[in-house]
Design a binder for this molecule. Structure first.
Ligand code: CP
Ligand code: NVA
Length: 315
């Protein structure tokens, strides 16, 4: 059984297929995509809030001919102590795929190990791979000539990731940079270097050189093709909010910082954004800001990921 729990879980031909399908799905529009999930139900099991991920998966499953089933952890017996393993085994008897948003990354690994259906990581405290594939696709749309080589257009590009450099998005960007032949320059406060547990994974994947860390935001944005940020207080980090807002203030993406990147650099953010905190309103209003293309592309990219996993599950 094939799962998508981290960026490197797909083989290289499947990565290429995801990008090609996403471009095709986007060009054709929702109602014209092949019904690869016909007569299937895919469940979304969420332990955390979501706007983009929940809506794009629900709409995407519908557009692929399937039926989405949203399950809030607290509404099912999992919230009252039923085990992850029994939940996976029971859901596997009813549904054809499982999309999970949770705190502990081990939850998605345990669901995948115990069940018999594909599991997709829709964000853990450790990684957010659906977002990275979408973001890379969104960049490639800008950089590849029409009908040209999407993945090839990413090679050698530099992303500056500013702010909470120890969060799931920063981790995922290190894996994404390694996978797509890019470099991510992380700039955040001392003490927010990628955690040892994550570095062990990055090194195991051979991506130890795909990132650098600095406390100087100007150094990170120099020659960057993309300036990227995320919230300073991720879900689950609310107790540290006050301290984080002070520690991360020097890493706010301002017009000055964006202006110090390449002249045609893009600004990206996985969203939700907080104007006046991790980014200024001026940057959000700048034509180089492509955050809503990113949000839309969640739909097309995740449909492509589901189509590839469903095809493999059938094989
Ligand atoms: N970027 C992202 O995953 O957004 P949501 O939390 O709204 O799903
Ligand atoms: N780092 C953020 C991403 C939200 C999409 C969080 O985990 O809350």
């Amino acid at each position: 059984m094939k799962h998508f729990l981290k960026e490197t879980d797909l083989q290289s031909h499947q990565v290429a297929e995801v990008f090609a399908l996403a471009r095709d799905f986007k060009a054709k529009g929702g109602r014209h995509t092949p019904p690869v999930l016909a007569n299937q139900t895919w469940a979304l099991l969420f332990f955390k809030s979501s706007t983009r991920t929940r809506v794009s998966f629900e709409v995407g499953i519908h557009e692929l001919g399937g039926n989405p089933l949203f399950l809030n952890r607290n509404d099912i017996q999992l919230g009252r102590g039923e085990s992850i393993e029994d939940t996976a085994k029971v859901l596997s008897r009813f549904v054809h795929g499982l999309i999970v948003r949770t705190y502990d990354h081990s939850d998605v690994e345990r669901l995948a190990a115990a069940g018999s259906i594909p599991v997709i990581n829709a964000l853990t405290g450790f990684l957010h791979p659906c977002q990275i594939y979408t973001d890379a696709f969104t960049m490639a749309e800008r950089w590849a000539p029409k009908g040209g080589d999407l993945l090839g257009s990413l090679k050698g590009r530099k992303i500056a990731f500013l702010g909470d450099t120890a969060c799931n998005m920063a981790n995922s960007w290190v894996l994404g940079a390694g996978l797509f032949g890019m470099h991510v320059a992380l700039a955040g406060p001392a003490g927010f270097e990628p955690m040892a547990e994550f570095l062990a994974l990055a090194q195991k994947e051979g991506f130890g050189d795909a990132y650098s860390f600095t406390t100087d935001p100007m150094e990170a944005v120099k020659d960057a093709d993309v300036v990227y940020t995320d919230v300073w207080v991720s879900m689950g980090m609310e107790d540290d909010a006050k301290e984080r807002l002070v520690q991360m203030a020097p890493y706010q993406v301002t017009e000055e910082l964006l202006g110090a990147a390449k002249p045609d650099a893009l600004f990206m953010h996985c969203l939700p954004a907080h104007a006046g905190k991790e980014v200024t309103q001026g940057v959000l209003d700048d034509p180089r800001c492509i955050i809503f293309d990113q949000a839309e592309n969640r739909l097309h990219t995740q449909k492509a990921i589901m189509a590839v996993l469903a095809q493999q599950a059938r094989a």
